[in-house]
Design a protein around this ligand. Structure first.
Ligand code: SF4
Ligand code: SF4
Length: 375
């Protein structure tokens, strides 16, 4: 048999968006979608373009000049909640959102898309996407020294009723936790919303401000798990970084356990669970407050926990999909039959508080406040 003639080499069109695709982007775009089942956005939209494979393939085609970077393709990059569900299912542990955030920034930089111009303006004006000023200036509990510095994140810092901050202030006082605020109190957001929206320049200039404000900080409490890795990267390498709830359990009086008989289910926030690997300590805290049998696990929990749709700027860019993800998770919460939903992320807590889950949604700090102060 005569061998076929050699093919002409493929000449890629030159493109201003051309760059070398990362190894992870190349892996995904050659993959038979092994993680498809674990992607809540693919599951909700039933659209192959929105699978991890589909999104990475679009990005790889743009980077190699095989496809133009047009608004429709740029929108594909936003169909991701940054939940890391696909990473759990992936043999290579690929973080798809990392590549997509780079794709988003490229699309914004070239003026192909401007996903949330109003939110950007609000951030530039007030330092948070809500455009809110802080309602409450809590006076710090003064000692012992060295105090922890609280970085509450914009959701807790700017919530209109200041409920979380009031709980924190009460609990920290009762459990003798010395704390203060950043020297620049106008900074409360780590900038995750800017990063997720693709506003890279604004994100980096916000990072500069945070880095300056963190100078000399040795012990930091970051209440927002999405902003926690960003803030940690900007702090000194030997700075201790914790979530506020992590300080509470060792200080609880043993007499508190089981005083209130109730049942709790716990929603693992994506950035605290799959992001930081923190699964056990929230559960230990719940059991030490309400007893060994108080915790009822959700159908999908721990590393398999399902995203509530709040991350990756999904509510701003794909609101119907984000809403659907929340409804699916709320159904799982309802199916547990628990009386309280606990979580450890301001975004999750806000999303579960709205609408018809039927359960009060409390952050772990508020749960401790309830156990210490409800009688
Ligand atoms: S994340 Fe892993 S399993 Fe999913 S498409 Fe990429 S390579 Fe395949
Ligand atoms: S991070 Fe979550 S939403 Fe994004 S591709 Fe992976 S599983 Fe899908």
């Amino acid at each position: 048999m005569t061998p076929p003639p050699p093919r002409d080499p493929i000449h890629l069109p030159t493109s201003p968006h051309a760059s070398a695709p990362s190894r992870s982007t190349r892996y995904c775009s050659s993959c038979p979608k092994l993680c498809r089942y674990a992607c809540p956005v693919a599951d909700s939209t039933q659209n192959e373009r929105f699978t991890p494979w589909g999104k990475q393939t679009e990005w790889e085609r743009v980077q190699t000049g095989r496809a133009p970077l047009d608004p429709e393709r740029a929108r594909t990059f936003y169909a991701c909640a940054d939940c890391r569900g696909s990473r759990t299912a992936c043999h290579h542990e690929i973080e798809v959102a990392k590549d997509l955030f780079q794709a988003r920034e490229t699309a914004v930089r070239f003026g192909v898309i401007d996903p949330a111009p109003d939110a950007l303006q609000r951030f530039l004006k007030t330092g948070n996407i809500w455009g809110r000023s802080r309602p409450l200036s809590p006076s710090p509990h003064p000692e012992p020294s060295p105090a922890w510095t609280l970085f509450p994140g914009c959701e807790f810092d700017c919530e209109p009723g200041g409920e979380w901050l009031a709980s924190w202030k009460r609990v920290a006082g009762q459990l003798d936790i010395g704390w203060n605020r950043l020297s620049d109190e106008s900074i409360s957001c780590g900038g995750y919303p800017l990063l997720a929206l693709g506003y890279g320049d604004a994100f980096r200039s916000h990072q500069q401000r945070i880095r300056q404000a963190l100078s000399g900080c040795e012990r930091l409490l970051v209440a927002c798990p999405a902003c926690r890795p960003i803030v940690q990267d900007l702090a000194a390498p030997d700075c201790q970084v914790r979530s506020p709830f992590e300080l509470l359990q060792p200080r609880l009086p043993s007499s508190i356990c089981g005083q209130e008989q109730t049942t709790i289910t716990y929603h693992d926030p994506c950035h605290l669970g799959r992001g930081a690997g923190i699964y056990d300590s929230p559960r230990e805290l719940i059991r030490s407050l309400f007893g060994e049998t108080s915790l009822i696990e959700l159908y999908e929990h721990g590393e398999e926990s399902r995203c509530c749709g709040g991350g990756g700027a999904l509510p701003a860019t794909f609101p119907r999909t984000a809403h659907h993800l929340l409804q699916v998770r709320k159904d799982q919460v309802r199916d547990t039959g628990a009386s309280i939903l606990a979580t450890a992320c301001p975004t999750c807590r806000r999303r579960f508080s709205h609408g018809s889950s039927g359960l009060p949604a409390l952050d772990l700090v508020e749960l401790v406040d309830r156990a210490l102060n409800s009688s």
